[in-house]
Design a protein around this ligand. Sequence first.
Ligand code: ADP
Length: 168
Amino acid sequence: MEETPANSLLAIYPGSFDPLTNGHLDLIARGSRLVDRLIIGILSNSEKRPLFPVPERIAMVSESVSQFPNVLVEAFDGLLVIFAAQHNARVILRGIRAISDYEIELQMALMNRRLRPQTETLFLMASEEYSFISSRMIKDIFTLGGDVSAFVPGPVLQRLTSRSVENR
Ligand code: ADP
């Protein structure tokens, strides 16, 4: 792990990213402009039956964010505030798409603030054109044979396509 100067603003954007969507990517682009360094934290213990194993998710996210020089990708498991403390992160970045996101995000942000007051959760509103996209829906549409090409970055689409070819 590279040293981060004590006064630089480091944010963590945590999530399952199973798979990364254009909505996530939009948030990453906008978030990365606000901080010195943004670490995308891929949660490795969140789902029992993920669509993509963590190493593949790391590869897809890394390829998709290669144009952002201050964005790094790492997997983590366990408590987010411990991961944040390890990196001395002052910000947790999250996205809000709808009221339904707000309720759960508020609860998580308040709990995380209790556990680690040094880290603030920063919310960005989803862009209108991506606010209806979720990893869950992408998984469902893909599994049922639908076209998800408008909703995911190229490196994700490539892997999805090679999967459907393998399964034919
Ligand atoms: P989780 O694993 O916590 O359910 P995801 O990996 O789906 O979350 O997403 C991580 C974060 O990105 C969450 O804060 C979520 O609200 C946000 N997010 C997901 N999809 C979008 C989108 N289309 N636009 C903006 N933010 C999004």
